[in-house]
Design a protein around this ligand. Structure first.
Ligand SMILES: [Zn+2]
Length: 425
C-alpha cells in the first residue's frame, strides 16, 4: 500500500531541512518516505493506493504522547465531586479514583476509541498510556489495544498497579500486566505512585519488568505528599526508593511528573537510563507545583496526563511555562517535544517509524523556512491546521476525517457510555 504526496513541502523533523517534491510513503516498516520524480496517474494506482494533494501544505513526522490516561476521556463535563477537593490527594480521592472505580469494560472501550480518534485527528500516531479501572481490570489492556488498533494508533500500554483498593485488585493488576506482556505485546509495568504501592508490590512489579525486558511506568513526586509518605514509611525519598528497587536501571522506565525532587534525586535520575515525562498543564490544573526539568538530564519527554490529546498544545505549554521554571529556549522546547521518538527507537518499540506523518494546511501571514521554523512551531502551528495523518504508512485521517472508523458513531457511543458512567458516580 502506498500513499503518494503530491507537491509536498517536507520538513525533516531532525534537521528541520525543507525539501519540496512528490513523495511515496509505504506501509513497510523501516522504509523511509521516498522522493519520486512523478506521481502515478490515478488510473494506474493499485486499489489500496492513494494520492494526497499537498500543494501549499507542510509534511512532517507525526507526534508521540509520552503519558496519557485514556480512562479519563469520559470525565469531560462530568458532575462535580461530592466534596470540593482541598489538596492533591483529595483530587485523586474524590475525582479520579471515584471515576476509575466506576469504569466497566464497555466504558473503557468507549474511552479508548474516542481518545484514539482525537489523537489521530491531532497527528498523535503513538500513545504511551497509563490505565486504571480497579473493578474492571481483567482484559482492559487488550481492549485498549484493540481500540487503538482499530483507529490505527500505535501504543505502549500499562495497567496502573496499586495497593489502594486492596490485595485482590493489586493482584489482578499484576496478572493483567503479565498476561499482556506474555502475549508478546509491547507494554510496560504500570504502578500508580510510591504512596499507594507497598514494598512487596514494588518488588513484584520490578521483577515482572525485568522478566519481560520491560520497564516501570509510575507517577513520581507529583505532589509533596508522595515524598512525605515515602520518608515517613521508608526513611528515604521516592527516587531513592525506586533506585533501591531496581526500577531506575531499566531504560524503558518512565517517571511521570517528578516535581518535588531534591538535588540528590536529580543527580540519581541524571545518571540513570530512565525517562521523565513532563505534563505542565496538568500540574498547573492540580496546583501541585512545577519542576525545572533541565536538572534531570536529557531523557525528558512530554505528555498530556489525560487532560487532552493534543501534543502541539503540550509543546507550547512546556515552552511558555519552561521559560520561567528553567529558561527553556525554542530549540529546547522542540527537542523535548520530539524526545519521545528517541525513547521509542532506542528501546526497540514498534510503531514510530518514518512512515508516520502529519500534513498541515498552514495559512501563515509570514514566510516559513528552516531558519524560522521554531518560531512558527511555538506560535503558529496548531492541530487545527492538520488535514491528513499517515500512521504506519496508512492514511488514517483524510481531509480532517477519520478513515478507519465512523466518527459520529464512535462519539455517540462515547456519549452513551459517559452518561451511564456519570449516573454511577
Ligand atoms: Zn498521569
Amino acid at each position: 500500500m502506498t500513499v503518494y504526496l503530491k507537491n509536498a513541502t517536507f520538513i525533516d523533523w531532525e534537521t528541520l531541512e525543507f525539501k519540496e517534491g512528490h513523495m511515496a510513503v509505504c506501509t513497510i516498516q523501516g522504509n523511509r518516505p521516498e522522493f519520486i520524480s512523478k506521481v502515478p496517474d490515478p488510473k494506474d494506482l493499485d486499489s489500496q493506493d492513494t494520492i494526497v494533494d499537498c500543494h501549499n501544505k507542510l509534511v512532517t513526522k507525526s507526534f508521540v504522547c509520552g503519558h496519557h490516561h485514556i480512562y479519563s476521556t469520559l470525565a469531560r463535563g462530568m458532575p462535580a465531586p461530592v466534596k470540593n477537593p482541598e489538596n492533591f490527594v483529595e483530587v485523586l480521592k474524590y475525582v479520579w479514583w471515584n471515576l476509575d472505580k466506576n469504569l466497566d469494560l464497555e466504558m473503557i472501550r468507549a474511552s479508548a476509541l474516542a481518545a484514539a480518534l482525537y489523537c489521530a485527528k491531532n497527528g498523535v500516531t503513538f500513545v504511551i498510556d497509563h490505565h486504571a479501572s480497579p473493578f474492571a481490570v481483567r482484559g482492559s489492556l487488550n481492549l485498549i489495544k484493540e481500540s487503538f488498533d482499530a483507529v490505527g494508533i500505535s501504543h505502549l500500554l500499562c495497567y496502573e498497579i496499586s495497593d489502594r483498593d486492596g490485595e485482590t485488585s493489586r493482584d489482578e493488576g499484576l496478572q493483567e500486566t503479565e498476561t499482556y506482556l506474555q502475549d508478546n505485546k509491547q507494554g510496560l509495568v504500570g504502578l500508580h505512585a510510591s504512596f499507594t504501592v507497598s514494598e512487596e508490590t514494588l518488588g513484584k512489579a520490578v521483577k515482572l519488568a525485568k522478566e519481560y525486558n520491560s520497564g516501570i511506568h509510575i507517577h513520581v513526586a507529583e505532589d509533596r505528599a508522595d515524598q512525605t509518605d515515602c520518608e515517613r514509611k521508608y526513611n528515604k525519598r521516592v527516587i531513592q526508593r525506586l533506585a533501591d528497587a531496581g526500577a531506575l536501571d531499566l531504560p524503558k522506565t518512565i517517571l511521570g511528573h517528578c516535581i518535588h525532587l531534591n538535588d540528590q534525586e536529580a543527580e540519581l535520575l541524571k545518571n540513570s537510563p530512565a525517562w521523565v515525562v513532563e505534563n505542565v498543564e496538568s500540574n498547573l490544573n492540580n496546583n501541585v507545583g512545577l519542576a525545572d526539568y533541565g536538572r534531570y538530564g536529557n531523557n525528558i519527554m512530554l505528555g498530556t496526563d489525560g487532560m487532552h490529546n493534543d501534543m502541539l498544545r503540550s509543546a507550547k505549554s512546556a515552552f511558555i511555562v519552561g521559560q520561567t521554571t528553567e529558561g527553556i529556549d525554542f530549540i529546547g522546547a522542540y527537542q523535548r517535544f520530539r524526545a519521545a521518538h528517541r525513547y521509542l527507537s532506542d528501546n526497540g518499540f514498534q510503531g514510530d517509524d518514518n512512515n508516520n506523518l502529519v500534513i498541515l494546511e498552514y495559512d501563515s501571514p509570514t514566510e516559513i523556512t528552516k531558519n524560522n521554523f521554531l518560531g512558527h512551531f511555538l506560535f503558529g502551528l496548531e492541530s487545527a491546521h492538520i488535514t491528513d495523518v499517515i500512521s504506519n504508512g496508512k492514511l488514517i485521517v483524510k481531509n480532517k476525517s477519520l478513515q478507519t472508523l465512523p466518527e459520529e458513531e464512535t462519539l455517540s457511543f462515547a456519549r452513551e457510555m459517559g452518561k451511564r458512567l456519570w449516573e454511577k458516580l
